[in-house]
Design a protein around this ligand. Structure first.
Ligand code: HEM
Length: 135
């Protein structure tokens, strides 16, 4: 049971981080499109990925993480998980901003870059905490 949940956790978190990384990058690329029909097409595709892939797979990542935390006693075993959950809230915040940026036609590029780089650094921080467990 533990191994199955761990595998599902790693698969789901990879899709969460991967989806947010590519979706935020696609917003930056979309800013270069000049044709309104092309922009709407990109927004249509992106918003369906945001609603029907990102949120369901985030729920799987959180549920499997909670099961792992209970099974391994991780909440008592150190502060790394607490800080990982703080970073998770920041990652979900960036995810929320990404959703709004997908629908925003007149988005300043620096704001799109801020979300894109923020997603990468926050995910790196979470993986560092769980793999190194510094505290
Ligand atoms: C998108 C968010 C998340 C990311 C990127 C993430 C990332 C990871 C990674 C990379 C591992 C290591 C797997 C391994 O190689 O053994 C892991 C394990 C773990 N995660 Fe997450 N995780 C996320 C969400 C959560 C949540 C919400 C919780 C708890 C509420 C959680 C609790 C755990 C626990 C307890 C383990 C360790 C299991 C063990 O000791 O083998 N994770 N996570």
């Amino acid at each position: 049971m533990y191994s199955f949940v761990l595998v599902l956790h790693v698969a789901s978190i990879s899709l969460v981080v991967g989806t947010l990384f590519v979706q935020s990058l696609a917003v930056i690329f979309r800013l270069r499109l000049k044709d309104a029909v092309q922009v709407e097409g990109a927004q249509w595709v992106q918003y369906r990925i945001y609603k029907f892939i990102y949120y369901p797979i985030l729920i799987v990542a959180v549920i499997t993480g909670l099961i792992l935390a209970v099974q391994t006693g991780a909440f008592q075993a150190g502060k790394w998980l607490h800080w990982k959950l703080v970073l998770l809230l920041i990652l979900v915040g960036f995810g929320f901003m990404n959703g709004r940026q997908i629908n925003n036609k007149s988005l300043p590029k620096p704001l799109a870059l801020f979300v894109h780089i923020g997603i990468f650094l926050t995910a790196m921080g979470m993986i560092y905490l769980v793999k190194v467990r510094p505290f």
